[in-house]
Design a protein around this ligand. Structure first.
Ligand SMILES: [Zn+2]
Length: 425
């Protein structure tokens, strides 16, 4: 019997429900929210990124999904019920979270019905943050600096691509390199977090995907981490992916949410993860910042030269030049927002967008094509990586210079219903 039916039945008898009166309505709202997300997931493949709640709820959504029109009306109605709830303390955070996730769901259902927003508005509706779109010209000074790092004839992207080719992990060395990187990311995270008992992941190598790595959370503290081998993996990407997909990134975030909120508090809404929602800004932002947190300052290159370079059969003396280049290219991340804005609005062609990606992300035609596939598939989702990282970084580092304080701030962020608006800038 559902809590709502129990409450109604008891009310009919003039008896108050045994559950705390303030908690019950949000539990009912949470159950309705999960149903809406699962049913909309039946209309849009990939929308439900993870679900590990009761299997019969997923089966019910598969068997009997509401139409897009009904989902629109019922999402609007549920948003009104959330707004009418009185909650305090952590309950207020829970209510705000449900409200923000439902706003994103409403936008996504509307997009499925044909709504087209400009890039910044779409990002704001889905992920809760409005990105600033800077003119591409403003990135030219960064390109000029990189030009001096990689001098020579030919277009800059070509020189950078030739330079990066020297750092590729040979395909037969990729598995041991990834395993060593993930093990180190995990050891560093486990020093600061009490990870859920029995947490584990499987590692798979796949091809023909629009992304370079993916974490599929299965529930029960278990993840499937997939690494795309369409294009070679650079030596510095092993640690990046290990932290981002694994520790303290997606695998840990999902496992902490499950332990603290789903099992700890019985908050079923966290057993479903809708990809196009503010949760993704927190997920991608914390996964990207997790690399810097786990390997502060020169620690990443120190670990890579002692462990990953030898596994990959590469000369560790080359490492510093790659670090310098990666640092210099970091501030180019938001150029793709401007390019995607023009491309998705139809102001530039796909070929023009691809050429701009090549110029401003300094990538080969093959990598630019992979990037375009990502933009075609995920659209404004791309803001979650760079902007998400900047927001999470500012928030966590406001805890002070101590590493222990920063890990503590990160653990809190990963274990509570954190929204982009909760991050201190
Ligand atoms: Zn990610």
């Amino acid at each position: 019997m559902s809590m709502r039916r129990l409450t109604v039945a008891l009310a009919a008898l003039g008896i108050a429900a045994a559950a705390p009166a303030a908690a019950a309505p949000l539990d009912v709202i949470a159950r309705d929210y999960v149903a809406l997300v699962l049913e909309f997931g039946e209309h849009e493949e990939g929308y439900v990124d993870a679900y590990y709640g009761p299997p019969e709820w997923a089966a019910a959504a598969r068997a009997n999904k509401r139409s897009l029109g009904r989902l629109t009306a019922d999402t609007a109605a549920l948003r009104k019920r959330v707004a009418a709830e009185n909650a305090t303390g952590i309950g207020a955070a829970r209510r705000s979270y449900l409200a923000a996730q439902l706003r994103a769901l409403a936008a996504r259902v509307a997009m499925r019905q044909g709504l087209r927003l400009d890039f910044a508005s779409e990002a704001e509706e889905l992920f809760g943050v409005r990105p600033v779109l800077r003119p591409l010209k403003s990135y030219d000074a960064v390109l000029a600096r990189i030009d001096r790092l990689v001098p020579g004839p030919g277009p800059l992207w070509q020189r950078v691509d030739d330079f990066r080719k020297r750092y590729e992990i040979p395909s037969d060395r990729l598995k041991p390199a990834m395993e060593a990187a993930i093990a180190e990311c995990k050891a560093r995270t486990a020093k600061h977090f009490a990870l859920p008992e029995g947490e584990e992941f499987d590692l798979e190598f796949v091809s023909d995907k629009p992304w370079s790595g993916y974490n599929w959370y299965k529930g029960g503290y278990h993840s499937l981490i997939q690494i795309n081998t369409d294009l070679p993996t650079a030596v510095s990407r092993a640690v990046d992916l290990g932290c981002h997909e694994g520790y303290p990134g997606h695998h840990v975030y999902n496992a902490l949410l499950e332990r603290e909120l789903v099992r700890g508090r019985g908050w079923t809404e966290f057993s479903v993860y809708p990809l196009y929602s503010p949760q993704s800004l927190i997920a991608e932002g914390s996964a990207n910042y997790g690399i810097d947190l786990a390997f502060p300052k020169e620690q990443q290159v120190a670990f890579e030269t002692s462990t990953i370079y030898p596994i990959a059969g590469l000369d560790p003396a080359m490492a510093k030049a790659l670090v310098d280049l990666n640092r210099a290219t970091r501030s180019l991340a938001s150029a793709s927002y401007t390019i995607a804005d023009d491309y998705l609005a139809g102001r530039i062609s796909r070929d023009d967008a691809k050429a701009l990606v090549q110029r401003y992300e300094l990538s080969s035609p093959a990598r630019a094509e992979q990037r375009m596939k990502f933009i075609d598939t995920y659209r404004s989702y791309i803001i979650n990586y760079g902007l998400g990282r900047d927001l999470v970084q500012a928030h966590v580092e406001s805890a002070g210079p101590s590493q222990a304080a920063r890990w503590q701030a990160m653990e809190k962020l990963l274990s509570e219903p954190t929204l982009p608006g909760d991050l201190r800038k």
